[in-house]
Design a protein around this ligand. Structure first.
Ligand SMILES: Nc1ncnc2c1ncn2[C@@H]1O[C@H](COP(=O)(O)OP(=O)(O)OP(=O)(O)O)[C@@H](O)[C@H]1O
Ligand SMILES: [Mg+2]
Length: 508
């Protein structure tokens, strides 16, 4: 291996009731692209926060370029001085500051001068962007930028701090395939300059594409370090989860089909978003909607849930036209939506997991509708914690004690607790590890098997094909193809149709 940059040895960390890390080792070489992977709650973010000086380890040591850092009183500043920069999933940017200010912020803070000149800020920001060959308007406010651009700002900021190791904790969960490719080209440029990268992702295809070595965590233990070239997808999945994951196609039980479909959408239009959207959903069906980001699928989902008012068209439930103006209307009619953007989507992070599942706003509504008595509440919350295998010693613990992926399950549980007839899941497994993904798919199939109508929206065409009996392809705001029986096609075929229509602007 190349010269070692960072070496963590025997790191352990216990939170109340949870051994998050148990004697973990991690070694990253200079200029190496290393992946850290493991299921939700396996300890990845905790290890990163220990490296970054956010948490103190109970035991173990961390050396950077041979020098032991933070012996006792940990200091984040020490790690930064040693060249480690961490990009957390929320990116920690200041939305109301400009691009230039965000990139130069640390220098501004560190500088002893009373004021830092506008020119200094601009110059250093431009230099950082130039280093990775990016052109972004320095005076744009960061809140107006896409997630991918924000990431580039976060990387540029790391570079102004003379980063030698950049750690990215799930940097790619919210960006498109093209943007991931672009990010990877930047990562390769950084590598050429001798900068090391530690990359965390649940998307194994990305892990295989970018990494040279992989460290696997399971239940807080390091269970192996492998050169990426020695692993394949199945082996890696097996190491991570201890089981082999197999999919059989979801077969719709035709006996559930009724003359009047559970949900029918007719001629839904919204200027510049979607046109002529018509489809139906039967009880027990899992209908997949896929297409590139920007195809209009999320906007349609939001329209069905009262978050985005269409210009025209009707939505019927069991043949009856619905008036859906607000989410409350949709919930009342038995429609639930798991939104694509889940950060800040109604999780009260400091409150108990159980209370979050039976969230306050819904609670009032449900009690009013007679759907949920206070007694039912605790049982219901505990049931969902068990069903979704949310990793916690108790439902009374706060949501922010959960790992990222487990927090997502709380959001899913929250919607399931409303016992909807139609459940729309937009990106149901973003940020979820591969083993739990399988579990969530099984839960969705199970719900459909019992008669719930499910609409599953995902970029991942394979995920759609594995789990849906019928598929709609969207491009430029239109449904361009309906596949009546998903077992008659392949992911390659659908991907081809979607990308070709996108390039040709079909649908627009
Ligand atoms: N502040 C905290 N208080 C209590 N428990 C915590 C805290 N932070 C993490 N944990 C627990 O430590 C374990 C490891 O969590 P961690 O966030 O490191 O997992 P992860 O591998 O990053 O998972 P994910 O893929 O879901 O992001 C989990 O069981 C989690 O609930
Ligand atoms: Mg994490």
């Amino acid at each position: 291996m190349a010269e070692v940059f960072l070496e963590a040895k025997g790191v352990s960390k216990t939170f109340v009731g949870v051994k998050a890390l148990d004697n973990v080792d991690l070694t990253i070489g200079k200029g190496e692209i290393h992946c850290l992977i493991g299921e939700n709650g396996s300890g990845k973010s905790t290890l990163i926060k220990i490296i970054g000086g956010v948490y103190r380890a109970d035991s173990g040591s961390i050396k950077i370029e041979g020098k032991e850092i933070h012996e006792h009183g940990i200091q984040a500043i020490e790690t930064i001085r040693a060249g480690v920069q961490i990009i957390y999933q929320d990116l920690s940017l200041f939305p109301n500051l400009t691009v230039a200010e965000n990139i130069s912020i640390n220098q501004m803070l560190e500088s002893n001068q009373q004021t830092v000149s506008w020119k200094t800020i601009q110059d250093s920001a431009r230099k950082a962007l130039d280093e990775i060959g990016e052109k972004i308007d320095l005076n744009e406010r960061v809140e107006n930028l896409s997630m991918a651009k924000k990431q580039i700002i976060a990387i540029s900021r790391a570079l102004t701090q003379n980063a030698k190791l950049i750690i990215m904790d799930e940097a790619t969960s919210a960006i498109t395939k093209e943007e991931v490719d672009h990010l990877f080209s930047i990562i390769l440029k950084l590598k050429e300059r001798g900068i090391s990268i530690l990359f965390v992702s649940h998307k194994l295809s990305e892990v295989f594409e970018i990494s040279e070595n992989i460290t696997i965590l399971k239940d807080g233990k390091q269970i192996g370090v492998y050169p990426t070239s020695e692993l394949n997808n199945d082996k890696l999945v097996f190491l991570m989860t201890g089981r082999e994951l197999e999919y059989s196609p979801y077969i719709y039980n035709q006996a559930m089909k009724e003359d009047t479909p559970l949900l029918s959408v007719e001629g839904l239009n919204k200027e510049r978003q979607f046109q002529d959207i018509s489809f139906s959903l039967q009880k027990g069906e899992i209908l997949g909607i896929t297409g590139l980001i920007g195809s209009g699928r999320t906007e349609v989902a939001q329209a069905l849930f009262g978050l985005n008012r269409p210009d025209s068209g009707t939505i019927k439930m069991r043949g009856k036209v619905l008036e859906i103006n607000r989410p409350e209307d949709a919930i009342k009619h038995g429609i639930a939506l798991l939104p694509e953007e889940r950060h800040g989507q109604g999780l009260f992070e400091e409150q108990a997991i159980g209370d979050n599942i039976i969230i306050t706003v819904l609670r009032t509504l449900l009690v009013k509708l007679g759907l949920l008595s206070p007694v039912k509440k605790k049982t219901s919350a505990d049931n969902w914690i068990k069903k979704l295998a949310i990793k916690t010693p108790s439902g009374d613990n706060p949501v922010n004690s959960l790992s990222g992926g487990n927090q997502q399950r709380v959001v899913i549980a929250k919607w399931l607790a409303t016992e909807p007839d139609v459940f729309i899941l937009d990106g149901p497994t973003i940020g979820i590890d591969i083993g739990s993904k399988h579990t969530i798919h099984e839960i969705i199939r199970d719900l459909a098997g019992k008669g719930m109508g499910i609409i599953m929206i995902s970029d991942e065409i394979q995920e759609i094909l594995d789990n849906c009996n019928r598929v709609l392809l969207m491009s430029n705001g239109r449904i361009i193809r309906e596949v009546e029986d998903s077992t008659t096609t392949t992911a390659e075929e659908l991907f081809d149709i979607v990308t070709r229509s996108y390039e040709k602007g079909v649908g627009a």
